[in-house]
Design a protein around this ligand. Structure first.
Ligand code: NAP
Length: 320
């Protein structure tokens, strides 16, 4: 079977770039498609101190950049393209790109990652006008200002601590009375005088003239509502998988598409086995886009190494 590539990798975050590094070293005929800047979510993380090899930690941007350069130095082809659908017609997989180009391949690794979840309480109106999902990008705009941060996971706690470098006050609003974040992050947040916790509460709205001026908070137990006067609202309430391009295939004119039989969980994360095989032979998934207990750079990197090994075995067996 003749195809344009042996392997197509979708996504240029830590999982995608690691898959690229392994595939390039295995001298596979491989291309990686990334629709925006390579590096993935990691490049907007302020500081990473749980990825081995960097005893003093490393900025997310630098780590993403190092992974990208490593992949490029090994000869990986990276193209800036938006994948719109995967057609899985038996052994041949067709990748549909936004520019209407179609590419054929024997195997695919989906490493398209995840994106920040929205609250849908009116924040869309204030995007870039006080509402943000990225402290590294927007934190410096809030020097000596008051901000509300939402969430109780690693991202909310770590990024709130980062925000205190600029903001004079950070209200951290969490829907329970206990944080989900790793203990070391909790300890640092509890010690930080600039962070005030608003427990058992959710953000129910926001208002302002040109930009955010008030964030509305609702107590989940009493129903009591109050306003926090704030200049910004940072939302970190988890992540959604970037699998829309698979779902969209259902409504397109593509008659056979991956999403019809690609098993996902209720949240849209892709099911795999321990070999990173999805429910469709020849399609693998790695990193945050798959159903996992732990979503870390270290686990994404491990997934990707396994996915490439499995893809190589799959392709070898096709040739047999
Ligand atoms: P997460 O771990 O899923 O936490 C999301 C938080 O938002 C939870 O505390 C959740 O509350 C809350 N939440 C969810 N929906 C909400 C809603 N509608 N309204 C209000 N609050 C809501 O997500 P994350 O913090 O973005 O982290 C994602 C993954 O990346 C995790 O696996 C995390 O460990 C990893 N990560 C790791 C690091 C690190 O190692 N340094 C840094 C960042 C992220 P409940 O607790 O009540 O469910």
């Amino acid at each position: 079977m003749q195809t344009d590539y042996e392997l197509v990798i979708i996504g240029g975050g830590p999982a995608g770039l690691t898959a690229g590094i392994y595939a390039a070293r295995a001298r596979m005929n491989v291309v990686l498609y990334e629709k925006s800047a390579p590096g993935g979510q990691v490049i907007v993380s302020d500081w990473i101190e749980n990825y081995p090899g960097f005893p003093d930690g490393i900025s997310g941007y630098d780590l993403g950049d190092k992974m990208l350069n490593q992949a490029k130095n090994l000869g990986l082809t990276i193209e800036s393209e938006d994948v719109t659908a995967i057609e899985a017609d038996g052994e041949c997989k067709t990748i549909h790109l936004n520019n209407k180009r179609k590419i054929t391949t024997k195997a695919v690794i989906i490493a398209s990652g995840a994106s920040p979840r929205k609250l849908n309480v009116g924040e869309a109106k204030f995007m870039g006008k006080g509402v943000s999902f990225c402290a590294t990008c927007d934190g410096p705009f809030f020097r000596d200002k008051t901000v509300v941060a939402v969430g109780g996971g690693d991202t909310a706690v770590q990024e709130s601590i980062f925000l205190t470098r600029f903001a004079k006050k950070v209200y951290l609003v969490h829907r329970r009375s206990e944080l989900r974040a790793t203990k070391i992050l909790q300890e640092r947040a509890f010690k930080n005088d600039k962070i005030e916790f608003v427990w058992d509460s959710v953000v129910s709205g926001m208002d302002g003239f040109f930009s955010v001026e008030n964030v509305k908070i609702k107590h989940v137990k009493t129903g009591e509502e109050k306003n926090i006067k704030a200049d910004g609202c940072f939302i970190w309430v988890g992540i959604n998988p970037n699998t829309d391009f698979l779902k969209d295939s259902l409504n397109s004119d593509i008659n056979i598409n991956a999403s019809k039989s690609l098993k996902m969980d209720d949240g849209g994360f892709i099911h795999t086995n321990e070999r990173m095989e999805t429910s469709i032979p020849g399609i693998f998934a790695a990193g945050d886009v798959r159903t996992t207990q732990l979503k870390q750079i270290a686990t994404a990197v491990g997934d990707a190494a396994i996915a490439v090994m499995s893809a190589e075995h799959y392709i070898d067996n096709l040739q047999d």
